[in-house]
Write a protein that binds this ligand. Structure first.
Ligand code: 5GP
Ligand code: ZN
Length: 117
């Protein structure tokens, strides 16, 4: 655990979160500032700063994270109409929390993938 990491502190139960799914190695909870009717963050319980580090250092954890994201999408009723699954990574993507997290976003039409430039 990284004591300075917000999402490690959520895993440790030190900061409250609305948990919607949990496995031995993953946790999913609602985003505090949702950008769509459904906006859930799915994280590995172990600390990895971003998806590149997770993929490199923990292939089994990567697979578990994807499986949990899919389970969340199904449980939230997103499979029929579709949803978006994304990992902001680094500065250009605006990553704010450096504990890897998949955003599961859906529940309404989501518009273009990227904001107009
Ligand atoms: P990023 O920009 O790093 O991909 O996304 C970070 C996400 O974490 C944002 O969507 C933000 O709303 C969410 N977030 C930040 N602080 C908290 C928090 O304390 N609790 C929860 N549930 N979400 C948070
Ligand atoms: Zn962390």
């Amino acid at each position: 655990m990284d004591n300075d990491c917000l999402f490690c502190r959520i895993v440790a139960g030190e900061i409250p979160a609305t948990v919607v799914h949990e496995t031995d190695t993953t946790l999913a909870f609602r985003d505090i500032d949702p950008k769509a009717p459904v906006h859930v963050l799915v994280i590995p319980k172990d600390h990895h700063p971003d998806v590149v580090a997770l993929a490199r250092d923990d292939p089994a954890g990567s697979a578990a994270l994807l499986a949990s994201a899919a389970a969340v999408a199904e449980a939230e009723g997103l499979l029929t109409d579709g949803f978006r699954l994304l990992f902001n990574t680094g500065g250009y993507a605006g990553q704010e929390v450096f504990h890897v997290h998949a955003h599961v976003v859906g529940g309404a039409p989501l518009g273009p993938m990227l904001a107009p430039r």
